[in-house]
Design a protein around this ligand. Structure first.
Ligand code: MN
Length: 321
């Protein structure tokens, strides 16, 4: 961490990158590194090659994508919460071409090279960034504490996923002491549902398919056009599908483009969906992962179900012991 802080201090202009489909953890880290660099009198900009999901619109994210990226303007490049170079979108090339790169991350399976890599298998990357800022001895503001709290809370499913540790709670508590608005965060992320989502949920319930411990929903482009919605309107659905008694693994298969499906997986403790996702052009965590498949729906679905079934078998062996 001291090396990272030194690198930042030696730089004049820093670009910070998060992953596509940005989540609370990614935004928490971006906001905190942005703050840290500002405090160290660096010119800093934050980038994600994607739009921000509505779910996070309750916070002020104007620091993100505020100007077009030009690599010539920076002498240090930092990625946070990014496991795979593809998640950087158009910014991936920076990490191939530039020398002054740092990645800070908490994913088990990684595919991103940088000059300095700091990986710790914490529940959220925000926990690492909290420690980094603590090491710098710079005092966090209320606003940045709220962002980092959101990071911890989002990646631990409001401190309920199996990845939650005492460290997640400890840092959550420290951030509360610094003024993090935990009510605002947890209400917006885990309680509030829009009318649209509420109505969509009922329609998606009709589409549930199930077989021995697996529950899933396939969402076609037609469905999204007919209901005037996109994935951000039902991104949480895969979680409620897992909560349904009897589900060991849940997933949604959303037709992003014609015959291209994005996959979101959730699982109970003994079932490792990171394994499944890594075979389907993706990755993530044991209990929460994502991937992508392209082609004919029948073939795609069979491929996905085969990998999921294999993981169900492995997981069942653990629970039998
Ligand atoms: Mn994360």
């Amino acid at each position: 961490m001291k090396t990272i802080l030194q690198k930042i201090k030696q730089s004049t202009s820093v670009a910070v990158f998060g992953h596509q489909s940005p989540d609370g953890d990614c935004l928490g880290c971006l906001s905190a590194i942005y703050f840290l660099c500002q405090k160290l009198n660096k010119n800093v900009n934050a980038f994600v090659d994607d739009n921000l999901p509505n779910r996070y619109a309750f916070l002020d994210t104007r620091f993100l994508n505020s100007i077009p990226f030009d690599s010539k303007n920076y002498d240090l490049f930092i990625s946070v919460d990014v496991a795979d170079k593809h998640q950087l979108g158009t910014y991936a090339s920076v990490f191939n071409e530039k020398n002054n790169t740092i990645s800070i991350d908490h994913h088990l399976i990684r595919n991103l090279t940088s000059q300095i890599t700091y990986v710790e298998y914490t529940a959220s990357c925000s926990e690492i960034v909290y420690d980094l800022i603590k090491t710098s001895k710079i005092k966090l503001t209320k606003d940045v504490s709220t962002f980092l709290y959101m990071g911890v809370s989002d990646d631990t499913g409001c401190f309920m996923h199996d990845n939650t540790t005492s460290n997640s709670h400890y840092i959550g508590a420290k951030l509360m002491e610094l003024g993090a608005d935990y009510k605002l965060v947890n209400y917006n992320l885990f309680k509030l549902v829009t009318r649209k989502t509420y109505e969509l949920t009922k329609k998606l319930d009709e589409l549930i398919q199930e077989r021995n411990g697996v529950r899933y929903v396939i969402v076609s482009q037609d469905f999204m056009q007919n209901n005037n919605c996109d994935k951000s309107d039902f991104g949480n659905y895969v979680n409620s599908l897992l909560n349904l008694q009897g589900t060991k693994v849940s997933f949604t298969m959303v037709e992003k483009q014609h015959m291209v499906y994005s996959l979101s997986f959730r699982s109970l403790k003994n079932y490792n969906v990171a394994n499944v996702a890594s075979k389907l052009n993706g990755g993530g965590h044991r209990q929460s992962a994502g991937g992508r498949v392209a082609g004919n729906i029948k073939t795609c679905l069979k491929k996905v179900l085969d990998y999921v079934d294999e993981e169900i078998k492995n997981g069942d062996k653990i629970s039998d012991n």
